[in-house]
Ligand binder design. Structure first.
Ligand code: SAH
Length: 396
């Protein structure tokens, strides 16, 4: 018998709006037994069926909804249906935008909470973030292999959020072939090397793809500063856009080394690209003091905010680097600035940019708004799915 989570009176509202999370505080009682990750039925206080969900006894998010259909079972066929549906949109994007790599499954937004699957050329990289996702691992992997028999599968569930679900961190080969140390992928026609085993996230920041493409438009004859460059995707884009010079800055020598190889791989003029291993906060100040100027600056920092307590400090950090960037721009310069912290709303980020402009003594016009790439959709019932936002600023 499937266990039943009975909600407290009035706590069914968010589920009726198809938000996929059930918080611990909304639950009145559990009828029957369920182990971590097992499928349960969620019911309102009268016992009326609402959804079928995965049980996470150790997490504040006590259950995550798999389906809103009472007759749908959570089995291999269920995962096949979800993967095929998600794949349709991505395959269209791949053809249209000249890509072979994309986020195939974006968790909640693709109806598969806690599951991330990225496709890098012929490799599928799986990241399971919740107890339910882990419990369903065998069914999910079988479904994935059925849908993409030509692809190899690799696990990168080595992320600390798993601890909140009481899960150990895991990583390793699942099926097909071992990934090479550096795998070439295609993004908007450019080639990039991805380290599936050790790269950040599942290997690469696929979510910035469309913003990297956007940079090409602003790069012609420009002197570009690429802050937090990682493996240089923005640098390759700037060179393709015809920049005069691009300086990539990152604290990771390994990332800069791949950035160098990425420029070579695309047969771009190496003498126009420079790589500096340094702390961006420090380097921006050095540049300000020495009077360096740029035409375009990309500001793509890592996540500064993990929880609400860190938000104030993070705002200061964002304001600081954006103010410095504005000061380093020539008149008529362009700043592409991003925040990938989910807790930072678009409104708050816009306010930080406004504060930075005031402190920099610059007039700043927002000329475009950017977000996570189109293969990272946000389902309308789960607005939290929007985590990466950016602005293109014209700085007088
Ligand atoms: N723009 C990249 C992704 C950036 S991820 C892309 O398009 O792929 C953030 C990067 O910031 C990481 O590579 C990390 O090594 C680097 N980083 C973190 N803190 C830093 C700091 N204080 N100074 C410079 N680089 C930093």
């Amino acid at each position: 018998m499937t266990a039943r989570l009975i909600l407290s009176r009035g706590r069914e509202k968010s589920l009726l709006r198809r938000h996929p999370w059930v918080f611990s505080g909304a639950i009145s009682r559990i009828e029957g037994n369920a182990i971590s990750g097992e499928t349960v039925d969620v019911c309102d206080h009268k016992g009326q069926w609402l959804a079928r969900a995965a049980y996470s006894p150790q997490s504040q998010i006590r259950a995550r909804v798999w389906t809103w259909q009472a007759d749908e079972n959570i089995d291999i066929e269920f995962f096949v249906r979800r993967i095929k549906k998600a794949g349709q949109w991505r395959e269209w994007l791949a053809r249209t935008d000249d890509l072979d790599s994309y986020r195939l499954i974006a968790g909640e937004s693709d109806g598969l909470p806690g599951i991330t699957i990225d496709k890098f050329a012929g490799y599928l990289v799986v990241q399971l973030l919740s107890a339910g996702a882990e419990y369903q691992r065998p069914a999910l992997i079988t479904a994935l292999q059925q849908c993409y028999p030509e692809c190899s599968v690799y696990d990168r569930s080595d992320v600390s959020v798993r601890k909140k679900e009481g899960l150990p961190l895991t990583q390793g080969f699942i099926s097909g072939q071992q990934p090479p140390e550096l795998l070439p992928i295609t993004e908007h026609g450019m080639k990039l090397l991805v380290n599936i085993k050790e790269g950040h996230k599942t290997g690469y920041y696929l979510d910035q793809r469309d913003s990297r493409f956007a940079l090409r438009r602003y790069s012609k004859d420009a002197r570009v500063l690429n802050c937090f460059s990682y493996t240089g995707g923005f640098a390759v884009s700037a060179l393709l856009g015809g920049c005069k010079e691009v300086i990539s800055v990152d604290t990771s020598e390994a990332a800069l080394d791949v950035a160098r190889q990425n420029v070579e791989l695309n047969n771009l003029p190496g003498d126009k690209a420079q790589y500096i291993r340094d702390d961006v906060f420090k380097l921006l100040r050095t540049y300000r003091d020495t009077g360096e100027k740029f035409d375009v600056i990309v500001m793509d920092p890592p996540k500064f905010v993990e929880n609400k307590n860190q938000l104030t400090g993070a705002c200061r950090g964002y304001k600081d680097i954006n103010m410095l960037a504005m000061q380093l721009l020539n008149p008529g310069g362009i700043l592409l600035t991003f925040s990938c912290s989910g807790l930072m709303t678009v409104e708050l980020f816009q306010k930080i940019i406004a504060d930075a402009a005031l402190d920099a003594g610059k007039t700043v016009q927002l000329v475009d708004q950017l977000r996570q790439a189109a293969d990272h959709p946000v389902i309308s019932t789960y607005p939290e799915g929007l985590y990466l936002k950016g602005f293109v600023c014209y700085v007088e």
